[in-house]
Structures are given as structure tokens and as C-alpha cells.
Design a protein around this ligand. Sequence first.
Ligand code: NOJ
Ligand code: CA
Length: 717
Amino acid sequence: MMKQLPGFRLSAPRHSQWFLLLFAFLVCRAASAAEIKSPDKQLTLDFSVQPGGVPTYSLTYKGRAVIKPSKLGLELKNTTSLTSGFTITDTKTSSFDETWKPVWGEVKEIRNHYNELALTLTQAETSRTIILRFRLFNDGLGFRYEFPRQPKLDYFTIKEERTQFALAGDHKAFWLPGDYDTQEYSTVTSKLSEVRGLMKSAVTGNASQTTFSPTGVQTPLMLKSQDGLYINIHEAALIDYSCMHLNLDDKSFVLESHLTPDAVGDKGLLQTPALSPWRTIIVSDKAGDILLSKLVLNLNEPTKFKDVSWIKPVKYVGVWWEMITGKSTWSYTNQDNIKLDSIDYRKVKPNGTHGANTAHVKEYIDFAAKHGFDAVLVEGWNTGWEDWFGKHKDYVFDFVTPYPDFNVPELQQYAASKNVKIIMHHETSGSVRNYERHLDSAFQFMNKYGYDAVKTGYVGDIVPLGHHHYDQWMIDHYNYVLKKAADHHIMVNGHEAVRPTGLARTYPNLIGNEAARGTEYESFGGNNADHTTILPFTRLIGGPMDYTPGIFQTKVSAYNPQNNSFVHSTLVRQLALYVTMYSPLQMAADLPETYNKYLDAFQFIKDVAVDWDDTKVLEAEPGDYITYARKAKGKSSWFVGSTCDENGRTSKISLSFLDPKKKYVATIYADAKDAHYEKNPQAYTIRKVTVTNKSKLSQYCAPGGGYAISLIEAGSK
Ligand code: NOJ
Ligand code: CA
């Protein structure tokens, strides 16, 4: 609970002793610097107002510089900016310690423990005040700008936020090109000084739309200093504000915020009282601590939902990979780019490859029921896929009209009789105005037919044109959909939506997001073999990802002879991803016909939990390998997953996390000796051994491989 923080220090610029004594009273009232420490005292935040009234902060970890003195402020449009001319007019410190239980998560309880410094800054010239609020946790720092209601600051337009992160050196960086409309890039690993030179090739060959500068990167940005500090920069609680990118000065290694512009180039329209999102810096000398940090979640508000019983983790299959590979189609006809209102679907010839037909969906429902899955996602069920350009006229998708071969009531009855849910799909084609117009009827339709989850999608340019996927208007849209969905007790999995910032604490119905390059790209040319050794350090820092693992048929040509892509992973590594890519929403993405050929390996996907009591990182190094152990929620069983890069390795772990009083049957799904993600991905072995918390394991991982282990208490089922 809030209390005054002992040991808080105010200091003034160097003046002679007598001056300090003489004006001690004034100094207390108008100090120009302040400092706080994290609860464990390892992190120190220093704040000062520099000559000219420029707010500045710095951060150290165990005495080492994480962020060197860095400026804070905002440039405003058509008025004095909030970047200089400030004095500190009030200083408050407090500390906070609570433990809360997430509705779903990697652990059953989360400790939210920090020391806080809130500085009121007054700009004499304009008589405006802002508050800078810093929260220092044992695992890092969060800070934000607050704009209280006041006569001299009512409506204002942000030209640019000027938050700096001055790094202490030319760190190794795991980065994506800065882009207002896509996050679906391959991660580049390089020194910061190499970002400029690599930017062009990073963009080429990706689904890029715009890069805003030759050194602009996205967050979460993962960094490693030469002396082994791991630093992650992101944001938390992105609400009514535009999404932040980072511009790098590649000579001084200073990063500076770069907000996503709206259709007229503005970076945000705010009315006081208003808040910026939190800017977050997670830091540790252990890579695994970055993965375990709950700082981003903790900086979000607790949920206000009184009833959360309708929110449940989901393991699902779906009519999806067959379309992604080109084996079947979302559209019902072979017509393309024709006006939707000119099609009478009952009269046109079906193309014979439409995936979402009643008979075929029933096969998926049968498969889901037989193997204990909760749900079946069905894409391409509704009219409009032939008229992608109709989105400019606001009539493409109405989200309630099925194709003639998809019988909604019949399928819902069939699914319900087998205790399986159907997951709704709303591809908006980026036509957001159209979607908002139809949202009420679309959610009512879902309620009427018993759908409790929706996958949304925002492929292509946003309409109204000029808006960007991550501008303030779109952030407001995603959050509006989330709230509306909650009113209807609907869970949301947003694809192409903004990267998550821990909002699932407040809105736990946000059970999934894509917001990065997922498995679909294995059918569009492939993901790098080290991709999944990086994503947990970058994209997943903000929240779970609907990565859609589980592809056993690694040659896409097996489904579509025209498609030569292949999955850059061994089959066994696809199993490990259920543990290493945390999500309460997990898909078994391959086709039932393939799973039926590998039922022994499929058993792991059937067994693995999607909600956890506890999580341990056994080994981790971004870009090289990650090994997690997780305990299933409310059960004694544990699951281990390990993923490695293209080089392969031998993983050495101890099972000391197991309950010392119990014995476990370990089923180890491993790459065979000659397995290789490119040359021999489907070579695996499965062995069973009895283990205890004293057991140790040395396990070979093939290039692009890994391993997965289920640990079930001996004698239990
Ligand atoms: C892109 C999404 O990521 C993918 O999952 C979906 O199937 C397609 N859009 C079609 O909506
Ligand atoms: Ca996508």
C-alpha cells in the first residue's frame, strides 16, 4: 500500500555549503534533482532539471549505466512545447507492494512491488504543469507523462514525443524496422551501429509498407551490452495515444521516441486530464529474468471486470493452414475483385476449393472432439472475400452473411453436441469504419449462435485512407472492439493489430494477438531458424502471441505443389513452441490428415497445458536458445520446451523444479541424431523415463530444433 518512502534524497546542483544551508527551505520546495532506488536497491533512478529547465533522467543497475542522462518532454503543435523551461514544484515518493492473481497467465500470482517518484513540473512561461511519474521495480523502470486538467492546457496536439533513452554503448540489438503498418518482419540481430546499413535489406523481402527513417526501429527492442547487461525497451498500457517507435542516433546511441502519425501527420490529440502510456526499461544481467519480468503487466490497471468466468484459455484447431498454404480458398467463387452487390452467390458457380463448407468443418469438429480440443477456428465462412476493393466503399464484409455452403445453425448445433466451440473470424480488410458500423450486429450474431471468441484481422491499408495501423485513432479502435466484445462476453484474438502492451491485465478477454511474423510466413517464404529464440525477448514482452505452431508437414508443397516454402523448424521444435511461445490461446495449426500420421508426436499437443501455475527459465540467450519449464494450472504436471537456432546444441538442464516428494514419468520428444530443420525435419524419437527433482538431462537439439517433455506425476492419469 502507499506509504512515504524512507531514504528518499533531494539534491541541488553544486553550490557552496553555506548557500545550501541558507536556502535549505527553498531547496526543499524547489529542488532540481531527485533519486529513488528499486526495492532491492540494485537499480537507481536519477532525475534532474538541467539548465534551461530540461527534464532529464538516468538509470543504473548494480552501479552500471543502463540509461545515461536522457531528456524528457513533448513537442506540441502551434503552442509552446513541453520540453524546457520547467522547475520542480512538487515531489512525492511512495512505495507499493501487492500480489495479484491474473485470470490466466504464466504464473498464478504476480507481485507488483515498486518505489515511486512523482514530480510535478511547472513551466513558468505558460503556467502549465505536467507530472512525471517513475516506478522503479527490481526488474526495471516504468515512467509516464501525466497532463492534469488545468486552465492553460486543455486540448493539445502532439507534434512529437521527445523521450530519450541514451544507451551506454554500441549494444547488440534484436530489432525490426520501424513501420507504421506492419510488425511482420524478420528480426535482425546486429550492433546498433550497423542498423543503418542493414535497414534496406531488412525491409526488402518483407511485408513492409513504410519505414520512416533509416534508423527507426520498433519496440519491444531487446539489447545486450558488451559487458552482459540485458535491456528491453517497450511501452505499457497503450490507451488513447499513438504507438511508439524509436529513432536511433547511431553515433551517440541515443534512442528517441517517434510516435505513429495520423492521416494528417499529427502524433496525438489529447484533452486534459490525460496520460501517456508507460515507457518501460526492463534490465538484468540474466537473460532469463527479462523473460520472467512482469513489469509491463504490472504497469497496467487491474481489471474492472466483475465476472471473468466467461474468459477461458483455448486450445484449438482450424480451417486455416489449408488456406494459408493455398490448398483451399477463403472465397467461395473464382471471381476476384468484383463488386459484392453484383454477386448472387446462389447463382454463381462455387470454385470447388472453398475450405469453410459445412461437411468439411464437421470433419474438423469431429477431430477436435476426438482429441480434446476446445474449439475450431473457421475462416472464409462469410461473403465478401471476392470483393477486397469494396472496402473503400464500406460494403465488403458485413460479418453476418455466410456463404451458401456454410450452415451456421447446423454447425453450431453439431459443435455444441460435441462440446466444441467454433471461433468466429472477422477479417476487416482494414476497413475500420465499415467494421465499427457492423460491430453491434456482428457481436449479436455471435451471441445468438453461441460463438464466444473472435479472431479479428486488419490486412491492408486502413480505411479511412491515410490512417495507420498504429496511430491513435486505430489504438482507440482496437480498445473499443475489446470493450464492446467484453460487453458481449466475447474473447478477442487480434491479428495485424498493434503489438500488445500488457493491456490483458485490464481486459483479460484479449487472449491473443499476432502483431509479429507468425507461422503463416513459413508458407510465404519462411521464418529464420532463430526466429523463435528471439520473439519471447521482443514481441512477447507485451503479451501472448497467437503464433499458431504445430506444423508437422514441413513441406508446404505436400498441400500445394505450387508452393515451395518449407517450415524452418524440426517437427519436434514445433512441439516445444507450445511451452516457449506463451499464450493462453494455442492452435494446433496443421491439418487433421497430417496429425493422424504422427499420432505419437501429436500426443504432446494434446497433453500440454495452456494455463500455468508457475514458470521457470532453465536456459536462455536471445537469438541462440530458450528452455522453459512450466507447471500446469491446478495440476502436478510440468512441461518443458526448448528451442534453438540454426546451429543446434546440447541442452543441459536440471529437473530440480519438480516436487521433491514426487516421481514423474517424463516423455521426451527429441530430434533424432540426423534431424535438421532443412534436410531432415521429421526425424524424431520419443522415450519415457521415470525422473525426480534430482534428475539431470543432457539433450541434443538439431539445427533449427529443440525438444519437448511432458512430466506427469507417476501413478496419476
Ligand atoms: C492474416 C492473418 O494473420 C491470418 O491468420 C489470416 O488467415 C489472414 N490474414 C486472412 O484473414
Ligand atoms: Ca498476419
